[in-house]
Design a protein around this ligand. Sequence first.
Ligand SMILES: [Zn+2]
Length: 132
Amino acid sequence: MRRTVKVNNEVLKRMRMIYYPKGYEYIDWMGFWITEENKPSYHHIEKAEDLRKDNKNDEATIENGAYLGKKSHELLHRIEVYDKDLYDSWNYIFKVINKMRCYPIDSVWNVIYDLKIQSMKYLDKYINQLKL
Ligand SMILES: [Zn+2]
């Protein structure tokens, strides 16, 4: 049986309560396993720097958050550098999940897995330790 990975961050704790029924909290919003090596981390959907530019609150909020493993998150920001369209697609689906305020429905998972397949080419040796 999988062991639930501890979350210390309050916003992530609350996000886990909103988005994950018990027993489903092992997979992040990019479709990767949450493990000790891929601990939950918080991604700003709207970048903190852009929020600051518009004089908006740049703190981590549930409304602007995506629930990603640490390594999946690194992969996402690598994609941001190499493939802006794919990066934007990820943020779009994060917004959809965020708006729905529940565990992703199957049609959302289908999009996630499609984006995940497109993202695989940006894995490297380090990020490759992700359990797929
Ligand atoms: Zn991020």
